[in-house]
Design a binder for this molecule. Structure first.
Ligand code: RB5
Length: 147
């Protein structure tokens, strides 16, 4: 299960990603927005973030104009590691090294075709673990006020 969300700036990317997930028969939950009318990204990021940390989805995908605002918002949910990406390399590393559980992209930065390509990489790339697991644990320590 993939949790999806976008504001108006990311709406078109989200719709292209949905089409890809439909074709691949990958289940998703769409938390909106459902048009290009202006909305605030914070509540949508929060819904997707909580859905992921509650274990209702394995991961999330969030899109706004740049991917930045919605990623900052999602990263406020404890346990979320949201990564803004624009290319294949960063997407692969976000999974292999950072164990990112939310992928963020910008509708004013990349086109739909790229967003779908990056979605595929994100969903198919595993976490490397090992030394990177230590680093992820330290991120959790920061969240818990231990670092
Ligand atoms: C909305 O205009 C825009 O600010 C938003 O989509 C996003 O880019 C924020 O980071």
């Amino acid at each position: 299960m993939v949790a999806l969300g976008a504001d108006h700036g990311g709406y078109r990317l989200k719709e292209a990603i949905k089409k890809y997930l439909d074709e691949q028969k990958i289940p998703y939950e769409d938390f909106g927005t459902f048009s290009e009318e202006s909305v605030n990204y914070g509540p949508i990021a929060a819904k997707v973030g909580h859905y992921v940390v509650d274990g209702k989805a394995e991961c999330g995908i969030l899109c706004c104009g740049t991917g930045i605002g919605i990623s900052i918002a999602a990263n406020k949910v404890k346990g979320i590691r949201a990564a803004v990406v624009t290319n294949e390399f960063c997407t692969e590393m976000a999974r292999r090294h950072n164990d990112a559980n939310i992928l963020c992209m910008g509708g004013r930065v990349i086109d739909e075709e790229t967003a779908v390509r990056l979605t595929k990489i994100f969903l198919e790339t595993p976490f490397d673990g090992g030394r990177h697991a230590t680093r992820i644990a330290q991120i959790a320590q920061i969240e818990n006020g231990e670092l």
